[in-house]
Write a protein that binds this ligand. Structure first.
Ligand code: EPZ
Length: 417
């Protein structure tokens, strides 16, 4: 097992490049199941979750070739419709194959994901949507068995905004007969990117990026060449890294249009965020102001940045209220931050962060992807040495985070635990 060791107190300076977005790459790689022939995807990050989805695609009978950040997928030889327990339990996003497999093969057998560290995370809305499109769904021996002789367009309303739910139904509906309307659809940039990829394949999707998405079914789709959008959560994590070290960094290869809520919140704390021709300049401030933050579906403040932002709030002289409205158990980083001296009180879905305490380095344990990122940020800001164990969580979603931060002058490295 590996750990990341951080010697805190070093100001970040320089330029860092953002990788492709994990949460855009996952559904887009899966969308190749809807086509026959070679798809070419550029700017695909080299992450554990991406390796898992490639393994699943190969398991299903697709050919997959990788050369640096280019991934090619040909699903012409699709010969299985099963996503096994071992892969789904490693990565819940494996359920994204449900919609495309149903559309292409008329059936899918996908292990039902259980809860995870951050919440129960049901997939009832994915299943309801597929039923509305005409699939019959049952649960047998821990597997979702979905069958559909043909899928028919339908009106689907999501009770809760769901990102992968919207993506799954969109991928099923592109080959359904007639018009599908998704209401209260997720508006995340990753949903828009998937719709763009599908449209490039020949799908007829309008409204992606708004709460109402319309999908007019087509008979077949063709393979494409497509570039994955930049990772907005990685970008946000670097922005906070500049803030907690009072640094001055430039982030290149990012998409400022996807970062509205994050930029706004950071500016309210006194941090300078400015657009330059080829990226974003982020300059920390000595006195960080406390602000309240509430996670919401896009364009609100992302839940995937809540843990990182909380570290910044630990460094103010005031009081900040952090409300988590997306996942019911996404404060697991708090007890680790408390071990580093943070003064945080959690009550239900609200955390009250009292600034003005010194953070001091400590051995801490990563519990999920974004929680791990917050511990690394806390380590950069703390006095002394922090050791973050169980770093496999961070490798799921950040490409060489310790190398990128070290390039900016952070003192951190990976070692065997
Ligand atoms: C996506 O997860 C992301 N994952 C998550 O990224 C992200 O935190 C989340 O969206 C919210 O932005 C990928 O894109 C692969 P949801 P997803 O369905 O789609 C409830 C990361 O760190 N819900 O939008 O699984 C659910 O319980 C992560 O990269 C239902 O009730 O999240 C939650 O409360 C982790 N029924 C809310 O909706 C359903 O059928 C939003 O979840 C589906 C969801």
């Amino acid at each position: 097992m590996e750990k990341i060791v951080i010697e805190g107190g070093h100001r970040l300076e320089g330029t860092v490049a953002v990788s492709g977005a994990k949460n855009a790459a996952l559904p887009i790689l899966v969308s190749s199941l809807l086509t026959e022939g070679w798809n070419t995807f550029h700017n695909v990050p080299d992450l554990k979750d991406i390796r898992t989805i490639k393994r699943l695609l190969i398991d299903l009978g697709a050919n997959v070739e990788t050369s640096q950040s280019v991934v090619k997928v040909d699903a012409g030889g699709l010969n299985s419709y099963e996503a096994p327990y071992d892969l789904v339990r490693t990565m819940r996003a494996s359920v994204l194959v449900l919609g495309p497999l149903l559309a292409r093969l008329g059936g899918a057998r996908v292990s039902l994901p259980g809860g995870c560290a951050i919440g129960a995370r049901p997939i009832n809305l994915h299943l309801n949507g597929l039923e509305e499109l005409g699939a019959s769904i049952s649960l047998e021996h821990g597997y979702i068995e979905a069958q559909a002789r043909s899928l028919k367009g339908a009106e689907i309303y999501f009770d809760v905004v769901t990102v992968t739910g919207t993506e799954n139904i969109m991928m099923a509906a592109v080959l359904a007969e007639g018009l599908t309307t998704l209401r209260n659809a997720a508006r995340e940039p990753e949903v828009v990117a998937l719709a763009e990829a599908l449209n490039r394949m020949g799908a007829r999707i309008t409204g992606a990026g708004t709460p109402v998405i319309k999908i007019r079914g087509v008979k077949t789709l063709k393979p494409i060449s497509f570039t994955i959008i930049p990772d907005r959560i990685e970008t946000g994590t670097f922005m906070v890294a500049a803030g907690v070290t009072r640094g001055n960094i430039k982030i290149v290869g990012c998409e400022p249009n996807h970062l509205g809520a994050m930029i706004n919140k950071l500016q309210q704390t006194g941090i300078t965020v400015e657009e330059e021709t080829d990226g974003l300049r982020v300059v920390g401030t000595e006195t960080i102001s406390s602000v309240d933050v509430k996670t919401l579906p896009y364009p609100g403040f992302p839940t995937d940045m809540q843990a990182q932002f909380m570290v910044l709030m630990c460094l103010t002289n005031g009081l900040s209220v952090v409300s988590e409205t997306i996942f019911e158990n996404r404060f697991i980083h708090v007890s680790e931050l408390q071990r580093m001296g943070a003064d945080i009180t959690v009550s239900g879905t609200t955390a009250v962060v009292r600034g003005g305490r010194r953070l001091t380095g400590a051995p801490v344990m990563a519990t999920d992807l974004r929680a791990s990122a917050s511990l690394i940020l806390a380590g950069l800001a703390a006095e002394g040495t922090t050791e973050v164990s169980r770093v496999y969580h961070i490798d799921r979603g950040y490409e060489c985070i310790e190398k990128k931060l070290a390039q900016l002058g952070g003192h951190l490295w990976r070692t065997r635990a």
